[in-house]
Design a protein around this ligand. Structure first.
Ligand code: COA
Length: 179
């Protein structure tokens, strides 16, 4: 897989100061619609957001969550690996570009590329998988471009706006990524 044409991004460890941007991004229902969050508005209070960022920093919640920065250092979103199964060497990925000005410009794929490298090389994973709602066409297209393949439908896997939505489970293997 080549990242030659993608914009450059940097993934860095979270900082407590990231809570402000995170809280603001989560006020936008377009950003949160397909994210695993409660139906309440806002989905998280400022305090809950700070608490969550603190748990990621301390690594007390099982997440490897990182901030996505552009080449110029603009904070545009977050990406994580969770459900890290060290025996079977697979982990679940989540991503959000919270700053909508950066949607549809290749930043999601660029961040994903860096996180896949981290997951395979640093964490020693063999497979990275994710769950995406069947109506999140933009995300599905993005993942397919990167080489993710379908593993199947997870029926009524997300409770959203008072109803259940199916999700597709997709994955990419280490050898597929590096070939
Ligand atoms: C899903 C999400 C991460 C995708 O990120 P993104 O940066 O918008 O998507 P991509 O990196 O795939 O960008 C691809 C688009 O940029 C365009 N593009 C422009 N310049 C590009 C470049 N240099 N390289 C690649 N694509 C480029 C592509 O043509 C494509 O446009 P198209 O979709 O109109 O065909 C993002 O939309 C998001 O955070 N959504 C809200 C949260 C969410 O749904 N998360 C996923 C839950 S499973």
């Amino acid at each position: 897989m080549s990242n030659a044409v993608l914009p450059k991004v940097r993934l860095r460890d979270l900082k407590m100061e990231d809570a402000g941007d995170r809280y603001q991004w989560c006020l936008d229902p377009e950003v949160t619609k397909h994210l695993n969050m409660p139906d309440t508005y806002p989905p998280f209070t400022r305090d809950e957001t700070s608490e969550w960022i603190g748990m990621c920093i301390n690594r007390s919640n099982g997440y490897e969550q990182k901030a996505i920065l552009t080449e110029e250092g603009v904070h545009i979103g977050w990406i994580d690996l969770k459900n890290i199964d060290r025996i079977n060497k697979h982990a679940e990925l989540g991503i959000a570009i919270g700053n909508k000005a950066y949607w549809g410009r290749g930043y999601g794929q660029a961040a994903m590329y860096e996180m896949l490298k981290f997951g395979f090389n640093e964490l020693g994973m063999n497979k990275i998988w994710l769950r995406v709602e069947t109506d999140n066409e933009k995300a599905i297209k993005s993942y397919k471009r990167l080489g993710y393949v379908d593993e199947g439908i997870l029926r009524q896997d997300r409770f959203r706006n008072g109803g259940y939505v199916d999700r597709i489970r997709m994955s990419i293997l280490k050898n597929e990524f590096f070939n």
